[in-house]
Design a protein around this ligand. Structure first.
Ligand SMILES: [Zn+2]
Ligand SMILES: [Zn+2]
Length: 223
């Protein structure tokens, strides 16, 4: 069973509609799929409303849990707390940060601002995250992502090493933009092992921590 807390639909730069994404994910053995399109501040309420309308139908007829949220992307680091609050106010159940990847000019300090905000659940592709920030993430219950996405995945080894040293919680996400990016349980496991995660830790990374994150975001479900 796959948990994937970071994917994109055609509401940003993904290829699929939310319904097709959910359909294909269910076919691949997903239990949980988060829809986290790229956002700043504008348009967030409209996005969340649209995703929730589709989610209602998806969950009524197919055996998959859909989490509705955003990926705060290329927001000035200083404005990340405000953008995260705006997303939460709009009903986002999960807030992912588009982290400081080695392959894009994400503003320096974004990882740090998101971890300290208390409003961001997951640092997507945290890149060359500092050791101090990994410690903060561990202390504050912010999940760090191991990315299955090309480019962003270049620093997976660094993230896995520091997270294991300091007890930060890791999860493996697809960051899917196209149907072929969606995970299978086997591929997700292979990405985790390839990042250097100890085999002993796999049940936590692939099951227990995602389950715990799901409980957290489920508690935010409203109308
Ligand atoms: Zn991203
Ligand atoms: Zn993404």
């Amino acid at each position: 069973m796959v948990f994937d807390f970071h994917t994109h639909t055609f509401w940003s730069d993904g290829e699929l509609s939310p319904m097709e994404q959910a359909r294909r994910a269910a076919q691949r053995g997903y239990r949980v799929l988060a829809l986290t399109d790229h956002m700043g501040v504008g348009g967030v309420p409209e996005l969340i409303r649209a995703l929730k309308a589709d989610r209602e139908i998806i969950e009524r007829y197919w055996p998959i849990t859909v989490v509705v949220g955003v990926e705060l992307t290329h927001v000035p680091a200083e404005a990340i707390p405000q953008a995260a609050q705006c997303a939460r106010d709009a009903g986002a159940e999960i807030v992912v940060l588009h982290g400081e990847t080695p392959v894009e000019p994400v503003p320096e300090g974004s990882n740090h601002a998101a971890i300290l905000s208390g409003l961001v659940d997951v640092i997507g592709h945290p890149g060359h995250i500092t050791e101090a920030d990994v410690r903060e993430a561990a202390a504050r219950g912010v999940y760090l992502e191991i990315s299955a996405r090309r480019g962003h995945s270049l620093t997976n080894g660094h993230v896995a090493r520091l997270a294991q040293r300091h007890g930060a919680k890791l999860i493996v996400n697809s960051d899917a933009h196209a149907p072929s990016d969606l995970l299978t349980a086997e591929f997700q496991r292979s990405v985790a092992l390839g990042a250097g995660i100890d085999a002993d830790l796999l049940p936590n990374v692939l099951q227990h921590w995602p389950e715990e994150l799901l409980q957290r975001v489920r508690a935010r479900r409203g109308g």
